[in-house]
Every structure is written in C-alpha cells, then in structure tokens.
Design a protein around this ligand. Sequence first.
Ligand SMILES: Nc1ncnc2c1ncn2[C@@H]1O[C@H](COP(=O)(O)OP(=O)(O)OP(=O)(O)O)[C@@H](O)[C@H]1O
Length: 410
Amino acid sequence: MKHYAILVDNTSRIEKFITRFINKNHEQFSLLNNKRGAIFSSFEMERFINQEEKYGINKLTSSSQSLKSLSSGEQKKALLHHILNQNPEYIILNNPLDNLDIQSQKDLREILHKIAETTILIQLTNRLEDLLSIPSEFFTFKKADLVQYKDEETFISAHEQLKSRIQKSIPQPLNSVEINSNELVKFKEVSVSFNNKPVLKHINWTIEKGEFWQLIGPNGSGKSTLLNMISGDSHKGYGQNLKLFGIKKGSGESVWDIKKHIGYFTPSLIDTFKGNYSIKNMVISGLYDSIGLYIKPSENESWIAEEWLKVIGLLHKKDIYFQKLSMGEKRLVMVARAMIKHPPLLILDEPTVGLDDFNASLFTNLIHKISKETNVAIIYVSHRNEAEINPDFIYELIMTKEGSTGRSKN
Ligand SMILES: Nc1ncnc2c1ncn2[C@@H]1O[C@H](COP(=O)(O)OP(=O)(O)OP(=O)(O)O)[C@@H](O)[C@H]1O
C-alpha cells in the first residue's frame, strides 16, 4: 500500500488542497476519489468546535466539558479517537504532531504505523523532522504546485538547509517601563481546579527580571492555565497567593494595569486582528496595547516601528495590510508589536506551531536575540526543542491525580 509525504510551507494553499479531497475531485490523487476519507487537521477541529458552539452538538467526546475548553493536545487526541473509530480508508494528516507532548508524539507515530497496514496515509508536514517513517512517495506542495521527488533521499537533501538569520540588533525602547520589584511573577502554593477537577497543585514559581524560562509539561498539565493567570485572562488568579510585578493579584489593579507590563503572543491571537491595518501601524499599536491604531503616531513612534520592521526584514512592506502577509511574516510582526515597548515580561505560548522550517528558524532566532540583547524576561511554552531556544531555566509541570506539581531546573 502506498503512503504519501507532502512537505508544505507557509505559502501552501492547504485548505484548498484538502477541499479537493472532500469534494472528491483531486486530479493527482484520483485513486482516492471513491474511497472514504478522514481529515486530521486543526481546520477540522475548528469545524467541530463551531458545530458545538452553534448547535450544541459534540461529536468528539462524551464528557460535559466543552471542546473549546479542552487543552490543545486534548482536542487533537479527541479528534484522532473519533477518526480512528470511523475506520476510514485514507486519512489526511495535516501537521499531525503539532501541539502533542513528546510521549503523545511517540504514541501517535506507533498508532499510525499500525493502521498503515490497512489505511492510506497522506501526511502534510511543514517540519522535516516530523516526517513519519511510513511514506513511500514524496512531494512538495508550495503555493498551489505539487511536485513529486524520485525518492526519499533526493527529497530530504533538497530541503535540509532551510535556515535563516536576523542580522540587525534589537532596537532600544522609546521609554523604559519601570518596575520596582525584581520579582515579576511569584506563585506561592497556588492550586487550581475546574469543576472539581484538580489541575494545578501547590505551585511555587518565581520569575525575576531578565530571566528566560521555558515552561514544559504533558498535554493538559496546566501550562496555558498558568499563563492565563499571569496575563489577566483567567479569574483563577484571584484569591490566590500570586504576585505580579510586586503587587498581589486582586488588590485593585485592572487587567490593563497588568497587560501593559506584558507582551503576549500565541498563534490564535492573530485571528483577533481582522481589520485593515498596515503592518507599521500594527507594530505601533503595541505601544498602546490596542487592536488597531486610533491616533496619529509621533515621529519617534513611527521611527521606532520602522527600526523593528528593519529587524524582521519587512520594512519594504510597511504600508501593506497585515492580512496580506504570509503566516510567518504575521508572526514576526506580532512579536515586534509585543516587543516595541520592551515589556518587562514576554509570554510566548506555542509560538512556532504551524510554521515551516524556514519561518520557525527565523522566528526562534528573533527570540534568541531578544533574550540576549534585552532585559525582557521570557516565558516560552513549546513541546518542541527548537535549536535556537536556550532558556536559562525550565519550569516543569508533573501531572498527578491531585493536579500538576511543578519543579524548576537550570
Ligand atoms: N474552562 C475550563 N473548564 C474545564 N476544564 C478546563 C478549562 N480550561 C482548562 N481546563 C482543563 O485544565 C487542564 C489544563 O489545561 P491547559 O490548557 O492549561 O493544559 P496545557 O498544559 O496548556 O495543555 P496542552 O499542552 O495540551 O496545550 C486540561 O485538562 C483542560 O481540559
């Protein structure tokens, strides 16, 4: 049985490619047109979440917890379970390993190996390191062009060196944000549960100025829950022994007081910027923590935004609408926007998910430079060990039945 690997990048029209399978009019894969297929993809997950929100139908789990509130890894596992139950004749796997913890990645590779005996697998991946060992046919799909390689060796050697570097130094801020406390975040004996399900147990974690932390832990261990308590998006931080920038959470500060000290980026944040904003104005809006820019920027603000655009290599596109950029370019702009004021704390939640090798190397090189050239503290969450990411410390969540406990490591 033949299996297929297709290397995609951030220019690939993946949705269109997949739609052809759904509509059963794929010229290159016409042998699948009369077979029953399934799609393991974040697009498909979004479809199930929308269905639940609009019609209250949850086809993926039997639990009362909403699909949307499942962690990203839990969502993927629920979708996989649903697909396998349907015994499809072929499965399209769109970046199947993204969002999964290390053990779950291993488990998924094994499961796919087993079902490959009876099910045709078509793996779309934007990271070469994620290639499954099963495929016998190798392609690239860039923009809308599908190109086949004669064998695996030719395919791998054609794509190994996709790396990029940022040459310019990180610009200094126009004004520095003053914080009196050296301790930016301090969790002391913090425990959290959702509907009586314990998630975090006795968390003690202190982040000081300028420190670079990677937060790790299995799917569902509470990483995003911890970050949401810091960034102000979760009420779970109130009534707890949690200090942010030297002030106890819940002692009268507004969400905006906290947000102005934090730069935050997670890929889903991009969806909140739907208006027609030029990328230069997008970067400037980071000075105001606003979505869109409602004032005429000063000369200095305009200058510093252009300095940032030079760093990320997009000055020539400064007047282009953000919506028109590629996925990799959008993420660089979002980091420039988060960093323009040099917030004391930069939070990055699975920032490279969905990026191709070239854009992931550019993105992680930018994070590396920020950590070396500024005094901004960073919390970085990822299941991948990206080459450029060298944190000073690791905070690891270890799952137990009573909730995850945490430990710090250098
Ligand atoms: N609003 C909610 N209601 C119920 N349970 C929730 C809610 N939000 C989160 N949870 C649960 O809390 C646990 C921790 O979720 P969280 O998203 O913090 O995990 P995570 O470590 O970020 O996981 P992943 O690596 O998969 O992204 C999960 O089991 C999740 O289902």
